[in-house]
Design a protein. Structure first.
Length: 585
């Protein structure tokens, strides 16, 4: 195994009063004495080791800090970038839950001894858990945590691929899937999924692995798609679909049946679309919901699972991506006792998260909050949520009418689709209620013309709508591998940058590394936030078009989506190509 060399510097700097790792970090020139003392105090308060604290807080790069710790504690260290993955022990020999919890990577097995890479010296004291589970005697070697995480993910992914390889010899005569053993409701415990034994059907293990892998990789949707002679599974990650598996074509019916059993759908009905749900319990205090839809196609049933993580709706307003001015405008209208906030954008642009961020701000004991959604994707304690069921006559309009008899303070309507819903929402906003909703348009200006085209009177639009938010989601550049792009100044000017910005801004582009997907990791919101001013109200009364509204918004200093995207590019958050993708007409 390739070990790092001893770092240069020796005792270049004296560190009075410091001991152990803190003293060595100072003597190696990685921290000042004052910073080391502060880091020790913060580590104690956080109940973390000093090494873990300085790495996680970004005070010292992981590789340098780990090397210094190795010399301080006399531990071996390994460079995982030089590791041959095919030389590692089989992943299936070790419990995945323990490897993930301890963040350790099996390196070599010899008899009853097991060498593992560990991120911190403090992890060595926790290896008894691995010894108890495997019967092997583990010995630890330090590895930089920024290397260890991605390598461990790839290592565990091999187990899933091996499982798929094992399925290649299984034909359509797979045995019964154990329908009678399903729980009484649609809740599935992740611990039972992970504990699947070798006697379980390959179909069950395959489906379980797909669900857990989608959660780990941060996917928003899972697609099971049959075609004429092939079958594939895709994840939507950061808004882009990616191939993840190609099970045998003969498995398509069994996989669909398994998914329908888990989501309580009728497995005998293959001619009509169906909707269902799965609740996957990750831990005692966290569960993930899957919204399931089956669609009969010419080659079999296609199933799409939307992953609904309640934690996604609990993020603070600072994390959404608003500029300081946009954040103030949103919060200001949320403080108003009445009015209407409309969020617009295509499907998958993050409208629900933006609305629920506002709902969470408003969710206090003195407010009565009611929501009507199709369907309720994220359940929030303290909020009265209603599922729309058009087949029995419970649509947005009827739910809104009922809300107004329920003494509400805040009303959220999943979408304004028709004149009846729009008129009731307008009435609610004019009679002392704060209304939040969505409209499917491409920009803030088009939202006003859409309401007018529905038949809402100009006076009602002008007197009820307080704020319009148009939004998109842009993929964030990976902070580990992004690099400056060489783009001619003339091209930047053509893209919309000013002369001053062209001269000063550094534009980054995606590269791709082990810690991201094609150079991107996560997403950030790009917003156009337009409050309805007196000038805008006058234009509404004159029945102006979207070009008139757009002109006033620009004159009042509110950047459009394109301009907001370019600001994110100059901040190094996303790339110019990504902004072009999400803002093109």
């Amino acid at each position: 195994m390739n070990d790092y060399h001893k770092p240069p510097g020796g005792n270049a700097r004296h560190a009075p009063g410091l001991r152990g790792l803190a003293k060595r970090l100072v003597s190696d020139g990685l921290m000042t004495p004052a910073a080391a003392e502060r880091a020790e105090q913060e580590a104690r308060e956080s109940e973390l080791s000093l090494l873990q604290h300085v790495i996680e807080s970004g005070m010292v790069p992981a590789r340098q800090a780990t090397l210094t710790a190795a010399w301080e504690y006399g531990l071996p260290i390994i460079d995982l970038d030089a590791l041959r993955a095919d030389g590692l022990p089989p992943p299936g020999d070790f419990p995945e839950k323990i490897l993930r919890r301890l963040n350790v990577l099996p390196l070599k097995r010899r008899g009853h001894s097991l060498t593992v890479a560990v991120p911190y010296p403090s992890t060595l004291a926790k290896l008894d858990e691995l010894q108890f589970a495997t019967g092997l005697s583990p010995e630890g070697i330090l590895a930089p945590v920024d290397q260890l995480g991605p390598v461990l993910e790839n290592y565990l992914a091999q187990h899933e691929q091996n499982m798929l390889d094992d399925m290649q010899g299984v034909d359509d005569a797979v045995g019964e899937l154990g329908y009678g053993e399903e729980p009484a409701d649609n809740e599935v415990d992740a611990t039972s999924i992970n504990a699947a034994s070798g006697d379980d059907a390959p179909i069950i293990k395959f489906v379980n692995k797909i669900l857990l892998d989608a959660i780990r990789r941060g996917a928003s949707d899972i697609h099971f798609e049959p075609y004429e002679t092939s079958y594939r599974v895709r994840f939507r990650i950061d808004g882009i679909l990616h191939d993840v598996a190609h099970p045998p074509f003969a498995m398509r019916t069994r996989i669909a049946a398994r998914m329908k059993v888990m989501s309580r759908l009728d497995i005998s009905e293959r001619r009509l679309p169906q909707d269902g749900a799965i609740k996957l319990r990750i831990s005692s205090n966290r569960s993930i919901d899957f919204r399931v839809n089956s669609l009969p196609t010419v080659y079999g049933e296609k199933l799409v699972l939307r992953i609904l993580d309640p934690a996604s709706a609990q993020m603070g307003i600072e994390q959404l991506g608003f500029t300081a001015e946009q954040k103030v405008m949103y919060e200001s209208v949320l403080d108003d006792p009445q009015g209407m906030i409309l969020v617009t954008g295509p499907t998958g642009s993050g409208k629900t998260v933006t609305l629920y961020t506002g709902i969470n701000i408003l969710n206090e004991v003195e407010r009565n909050i009611c929501t009507a959604e199709d369907p309720v994707e994220i359940k929030v304690p303290g909020v009265n949520q209603v599922n729309i069921l058009p087949r029995i006559g419970l649509d947005f309009a009827s739910a809104l009418r009922a809300f107004l008899r329920q003494d509400p303070d805040v009303v959220m309507v999943g979408e304004i689709r028709d004149l009846e819903t729009a008129e009731i929402a307008v009435k609610a906003s004019q009679t002392g209620h704060l209304v939040l909703s969505t409209v499917h348009t491409n920009s803030a200006a088009e939202t006003l013309t859409r309401l007018a085209n529905m038949g809402v009177a100009p006076f009602n639009i002008a007197s009820s709508v307080s704020l319009i938010i148009a939004q998109r989601l842009a993929r964030k550049l990976c902070k580990h591998c992004k690099q400056p792009a060489e783009i001619p100044h003339e091209v930047l000017r053509q893209q919309g940058f000013t002369d001053a910005e062209v001269d000063q801004a550094t534009i980054f582009e995606p590269v791709g590394c082990k810690q991201c997907t094609q150079g991107y990791k996560g997403r950030v919101g790009v917003y156009e936030v337009v409050p309805i001013s007196s000038n805008m109200s006058q234009m509404i009364m004159k029945q102006g078009n979207s070009l008139d509204f757009d002109r006033i918004a620009r004159e009042e200093g509110h950047p459009d989506l394109r301009r907001s995207g370019l600001l994110k590019v100059m901040q190094g958050l996303t790339s110019l190509s990504e902004v072009n993708r999400i803002t093109k007409d």
